[in-house]
Design a protein around this ligand. Sequence first.
Ligand code: PLP
Length: 456
Amino acid sequence: GLLLLREDFASTSRKTKVSHVFPRHSKSKLPTVVDGQGCCLIDRSGKSYFDGSGGAAVSCLGHGDQEVIAAAKAQLDRIAFAHTSFFTSDPAEQLADRLIDLAPGELDRVYFVSGGSEAMEAALKLARQFFVETGQPQRSRVIARRQSYHGNTLGALAIGGNAWRREPFKPILIDSTHIAPCYEYRGCEDGESSFDYGQRVANELETEILRLGPETVMAFVAEPVVGATMGAVPAVEGYFRRIREICDQYGVLLILDEVMCGMGRTGTLFACEQDGIAPDIMTIAKGLGAGYQPIGAMLCTSAIYDAIASGSGFFQHGHTYIGHATAAAVGNAVLSRLVDDGLVSACAVMGEKLQAALEDRFGQHPHVGDIRGRGLFRGLELVADRETKAPFDPALRLNAKVKAAAFDAGLACYPMGGTIDGVKGDHVLLAPPFIMTDEQVTEVVDKLEIALNKAI
Ligand code: PLP
């Protein structure tokens, strides 16, 4: 009897099986991914999807990269992990050396973490500790930009520009304010050159620093090319040079968040190279592990590092998995694919082809207002009216419809949108793997066209 009952229980619980994985949304019913090769993801039913946004700009090498897999396996065979309060490791040392060799400006030290939000937390804490230890403890405020995303931990959330994300968690610790993003499509006025526009919005930083009192401001934070919240929006020529000047003039640290746009995504290893500036602190993640391991990093200048090294001597921070040997081994293999095997250059070339194909297909589309981006980081802004740039009513949830229609057509891409912080717009973000071929450029554009026709 007991046996029967157990069997009944087992079979019932199997029949009524629920997923015990905490879902992103309680109503979501997701297919199970079982395989991935190159630019494609395959679910349990055998359906194949083109990985049009690399997750969220993660899978820069696509899936099944044998060199990266071999590097991970070799490291697992030697030593998977040892805690950094006891040991450093060859892969972590090697990856830090390489990143510093390749990084712009005076960046000189690397602090490894497991993802983008952790990298941003480390950046904010490091900036704060720097000022505390250099006799300017009143510098605690952060200025960021509206419609930005810097992560979901409390510190990163505090500075992010989407107020709605912060709202349920208030009061939040860090004192931050926000200026306008550099958003040429909507911000540039009639008759204004894009350079003048860039200078005008960059100067908002100076106004805000003066309003707050320069002696209270610790850092300005920005993504060189804005990803998830705006859909691959680069700044205009001259904007970041003016931002750099203002930060220098007022002793404010410049933190660049390259979590999404870094690691080759824009056609150069770091996006800020194309803006001709270097930050005091830079964060990277996503493409650094390319999805093969969770790894991120915060890079800082020796001026910041040395101040703390000769002050208290230690950065008051740390996580169990910092400097994880297997993650670092993957980072090294990814970097070698990106740089030594020429995949960053491939990204630049394929990015231009993707832009041309998008313009060709959607350049006159009545509901595509703007096609923009750099490298294989491209965005389309969807509008109700091309002439007036009037956005769609957010209640239509157009982004969700486009995402579903694209997924149906076998394209996984990242539409976001609605009215966010007063800046309106639905967009589609494309961030495919750098190994994509010419045929796959056409495939993405074809599938996107099917999705837009169905959703709008
Ligand atoms: N910063 C930017 C620009 C991002 O796009 C993201 C994630 O999308 C983050 C930070 C947070 O990274 P993670 O999700 O790895 O914590």
